[in-house]
Write a protein that binds this ligand. Structure first.
Ligand code: HEM
Length: 416
């Protein structure tokens, strides 16, 4: 077992501010690191991360989004028991169960459906900016960064936009349950939200049973594959919950991370604004440089050896996408933000292997449209200087802002 004097605490103020020096130290000196405090093996090198996600028999996706698998407190379990089991979903299933789910969901969540969203996403971006463009100042997370991906995914799912605030609140509660660090009282409220979200989608799906609809939920219920049963209503509900949550919290973070990264590198921002052919590369580089999903989890099925380190069966392991994306063996000058780098497509911000992000094309489309448009419509955009204007969210495995106050120059030309 590697013992190494490092304090791995993603929620500490220092690591929330800048975790990258720690990742570099781990990659150099303890690439497969056992963190006693969290009872977690942290895998930080690019090649090791790939080795783990490719060996799905040894490294199971069970509890892939749970930092700790300690049982939840009984009052929380009691509330959750009034709903439906939280798993299996795409993200935390293995083998045949995952394959069937992924095939069925892919029948409805098609590249064609995503590509058709472009015009709608452009309209949503402008409509959201219209709401605050005259104000000269806004919390861009609240006013834009979570609304955009929520509208994008709920438009695909054909969910009324007035339900979006509730869906957002329920999604945040779901993440807090996965993290399980809040007080029991708070977790009970989050559990009630999770059950409310389940009920919401069960009702929406029930309304579509035996109907000849052609929207996403109807397609999902109607999806068939050669060697598998169609989705049961409860399974389809879990897919929808999974898509709503995975589909927005990550994009929200990348918008905030993208803005702050571009503002911290004005030369790179100018390069992109003067050469739109670099917009795709900009999106990839933001995802590499400041990965919204810093790492996710695997459960070790059998005694194994990873990069010379023995890991026992039953252990929990964190595959660290963000560290892999800064690995000097995989990227030249990994700590340099460079929108012209050649190896951009090799980043692992969307994961890799059978669980590779299903929504990557949708996420990319939103980033490519939203970020340049914000700079175009909000002249001299900058982060407000002051205390508490840029507040990071406190989710163990994610990196992004809960609040990000920006300001810009308001001129008469903006209001016409
Ligand atoms: C920048 C935005 C996003 C990032 C960084 C991101 C990141 C990831 C990562 C790292 C995984 C792999 C999980 C693992 O291996 O355990 C994943 C899976 C997944 N993502 Fe995303 N994601 C983003 C956006 C989206 C969007 C927009 C959607 C849907 C609308 C989505 C839906 C999913 C789903 C359903 C999975 C599970 C796939 C499977 O297990 O087969 N994601 N995502």
């Amino acid at each position: 077992m590697t013992r190494f004097p490092v304090h791995f605490e993603p929620l500490s103020p220092e690591q929330l501010a800048d975790p990258y020096p720690l990742y570099a130290k781990l990659r150099r000196e303890a690439p497969v690191f056992y963190d006693e405090a969290h009872d977690l093996w942290v895998v930080t090198r690019y090649d090791d991360v790939l080795a783990v996600v490719r060996d799905t028999e040894t490294f199971s996706s069970e509890n892939a989004v749970r930092a700790s698998v300690k049982p939840l407190p009984q009052p929380v379990l009691d509330v959750l028991a009034t709903g439906w089991p939280l798993t299996p979903t795409l993200t935390d299933s293995d083998g045949k169960v995952h394959k069937r789910l992924r095939l069925l969901v892919s029948k409805a969540f098609t590249p064609k459906r995503i590509a058709a969203m472009e015009g709608q996403i452009r309209e949503t971006v402008d409509a959201l900016i219209d709401e605050f463009v005259d104000d000269g100042r806004a919390d861009i997370i609240e006013k834009f960064a979570w609304n955009l991906p929520m509208f994008a995914i709920t438009d695909i799912l054909n969910v009324p936009r007035e339900d979006v605030p509730a869906l957002h609140r329920w999604s945040v509660s779901w993440l807090r349950i996965m993290q399980a660090t809040d007080s029991v009282e708070e977790l009970v409220v989050h559990a009630e939200d999770v059950v409310a979200m389940q009920r919401y989608f069960v009702n929406a799906l029930e309304a579509r049973v035996d109907q000849e609809g052609d929207d996403f939920m109807s397609n999902l219920l109607g999806a068939r594959v050669a060697d598998g049963e169609p989705l049961k209503l409860e399974e389809a509900m879990r897919v929808l919950v999974n898509l709503i949550i995975a589909g927005h919290v990550t994009v929200t973070r990348s918008i905030g991370n993208g803005l702050t990264t571009l503002l911290a590198h004005p030369d790179q921002l100018q390069v992109v604004l003067h050469d739109p052919t670099l917009i795709q590369a900009m999106a990839e580089e933001i995802l590499r440089y400041e990965s919204p999903a810093q790492g996710l989890f695997r459960t070790v099925r059998k005694d194994s050896v990873l990069n010379g380190v023995e890991i026992p069966a039953g252990a929990r392991l964190m595959v660290h996408w963000a560290s892999a994306n800064r690995d000097e063996k995989a990227f030249d000058n990994p700590d340099t933000f460079d929108v012209t780098r050649e190896s951009m497509a090799t980043h692992v911000a969307f994961g890799r292997g059978i669980h590779t992000c299903l929504g990557a094309p949708l996420a990319r489309l939103q980033l490519k449209i939203a970020l340049p448009r914000l700079f175009e419509r909000l002249p001299n955009l900058r982060v407000v200087v002051g205390e508490d204007t840029a507040v990071r969210d406190t989710i163990f495995f994610a990196r992004g802002f809960k609040k990000l106050e920006i300001e810009w120059d308001v001129t008469d030309a903006l209001t016409v």
